[in-house]
Design a protein. Sequence first.
Length: 229
Amino acid sequence: MSAAALEHPSRVAVLLGASGATGQKLLPLLLEDPAYGKIVTLSRRDTSMKHAKLENRVVDFDHLAEGFKDLQVDDCYCTFGTTIRIAGSEAAMTRIDHEYVLDFARAGRAAGARRFAYLSAANANAGSSVFYARLKGQTEAALKALGFSDLAIYRPSMIIAERADRRPLESMLFPLLPLLDKLMMGSLDKYRSIPVETLAKAIATFSGSQESGSKTYYWWEMVKASDRR
């Protein structure tokens, strides 16, 4: 995509996951981005946020394609996901973290989107014996097969954010993060924690990216990207 096209103010972006910890920080950044003339969020219920550039579409996640009706889309952002504790089972989590994400991506592609930003995880690996890591890795692989011109994959480790559904392990580790992060050096720095604000800023820079193909961002790349905001 040319620089001129990236800067065109009529560009339309669609966000899935606006109510999550990262999505809540990302949405205002997208709305203030002059590159976009319209931001559409797809959610289960109407949001209270109002903005001249914002359109919230309430959708049934089992029919996500309906959220793209009459839309010509440029970019898609996906910060959508859950935990096994909330989902209740591996099958339910697969439906949410994998199938819904791919339904969103396919619908976006059909609506014209050539660019896709996806929030994954630092340990994503399609061949992993760990369910969560395997699921994220399989989702990444499936997204790569859809043929987006630009696919940005963000792989944070521990995300520092205030949220009601914080995992028990996160609650135990949070006080130790300053010490643990210092131990994550070299190839291990991708496992350093990252504030949700930094993560959101890094994802928001995707609007001006002119990469070709697929690019994966780890802790250091995300920190550098956020500094450009």
